[in-house]
Design a protein around this ligand. Structure first.
Ligand SMILES: [Zn+2]
Length: 391
């Protein structure tokens, strides 16, 4: 089938005017054609793009939608989660994650970077038509118990290893073991995660609140209270005098590929520090969650002007009203009118696919790929902007 629209974004940039896509019935891109070879193409009203990638989600927290009020601040938010996440029946949790997955499919998402502390989501992933990279998350700030913390993650990871080879799977289901956040992982545990697999994909919640850097620079601020709440002894922790990012990156091998998530308090000196390391890395922004928890916005223009790779995530339904990459794009555009759609669509497609190491199969409209084909309508009016899956 031949299709075209007012504009086509191939995941990296706009295609020249007049481009048409030849798409097979199963959604595979056969060719990109230009006049006079375009014949009787179906002309859609709007913008054609590849499928979206949600680079940061916690599908296993879907049943907590609306449970935690907005604007608690991150420390208040994290104090609540462990005490409420298991107060629900298995059936309730299952229905919630199934519905959340379906909403992502309907919203044009074709791959998800999903944080998992447990094996709850394996059932919906195994039958999912969309791809997943599961980040099995490890945490524990007490260095004395790093073995216990890591072995817990390892036992969860074994199940995702089996899932990645499941004959029932219809999609790519990769996994890696990853640290939760700088203030919830000891140096000893960072070392274990680092050594687990060479050049693995690491994701970390980074500089999501002001307290994080205060803790690493001066050992002050709300992280101390959070650790006290969980009865974690931080007496042996010595502040480095540097930002969290510039501290923990000294514990990790530059051969990994990194996904820094949130970055609402990341400064130019942090970005320059990472750039100087010449490591493969992506900055994942989740503005919906930042507004929900901290009532802040990430500084997307600072990252854009630093010429680094940005991708997008929704975070979980515990900290967002929906799992919609389109909505995240709209939030960034609303707060940064100068941010071009050409850039935003690249963040939502090619960059996300590259951040999850899936750009060999999705993320761009190229012959031979099956990236999902979306139609965005009413792009000039953020309130009416919609997405529809064409393939
Ligand atoms: Zn998160």
């Amino acid at each position: 089938m031949l299709i075209t629209a007012q504009k086509i974004h191939n995941g990296i940039n706009w295609l020249p005017e007049g481009a048409c896509l030849s798409i097979a019935a199963d959604g595979r891109v056969e060719d990109i054609l230009y006049p006079p070879h375009t014949g009787q193409a179906i002309v859609y009203d709007g913008i054609i793009t590849p499928g979206f990638v949600n680079a940061h989600c916690h599908l296993e927290l879907s049943h907590l939608k609306g449970v935690i009020p907005e604007h608690t601040g991150l420390m208040g938010f994290l104090e609540k989660i462990p005490f409420i996440r298991n107060d629900y029946s298995e059936q309730t949790k299952y229905e919630a994650r199934k519905q959340a997955l379906q909403s992502m499919i309907d919203g044009g998402i074709v791959a998800v970077g999903d944080i998992s502390n447990a094996t709850d989501t394996i059932d919906v992933k195994e039958s999912s038509p969309i791809h997943f990279h599961t980040f099995v998350e490890s945490f524990g700030f007490n260095g004395m118990t790093a073995d216990v913390a890591f072995n817990q993650a390892l036992s969860v990871a074994e199940n995702y290893e089996a899932l990645s080879r499941s004959p029932k799977a219809q999609s790519r289901l990769n996994y890696s073991i990853t640290p939760h956040a700088p203030y919830s992982v000891s140096q000893a545990l960072f070392a274990k995660i680092d050594a687990y697999k060479d050049a693995s994909l690491l994701s970390i919640h980074n500089q999501e609140c002001e307290d994080e850097d205060l803790f690493f620079k001066h050992k002050t601020g709300g992280v101390n209270n959070l650790l006290q709440t969980f009865k974690i002894d931080a007496s042996s922790f010595e502040p480095s005098g540097k930002s969290s990012l510039q501290t923990y990156m000294e514990y990790l091998n530059p051969a990994h590929q990194y996904l820094f998530v949130h970055n609402t308090y990341t400064q130019n000196e942090d970005i320059n520090y990472i750039k100087a390391k010449q490591i493969k890395h992506f900055w994942c922004l989740c503005p919906g969650a930042n507004l929900y928890i901290e009532n802040t916005m990430p500084n997307v223009m600072r990252l854009k002007h630093s010429n680094v790779d940005i991708c997008l995530g929704t975070d979980s339904l515990t900290s967002n009203h929906q799992l919609s990459i389109l909505h995240e794009m709209c939030l960034l555009k609303h707060h940064n009118p100068d941010l071009a759609w050409e850039d935003l669509i690249r963040y939502a497609t090619w960059n996300g696919a590259s951040a999850l190491r899936m750009n060999d199969i999705i993320g761009s409209i190229e012959a031979g790929k099956k990236p999902g084909i979306l139609l965005l309508s009413n792009i000039d009016n953020l309130n009416d902007l919609t997405v529809k899956r064409l393939f």
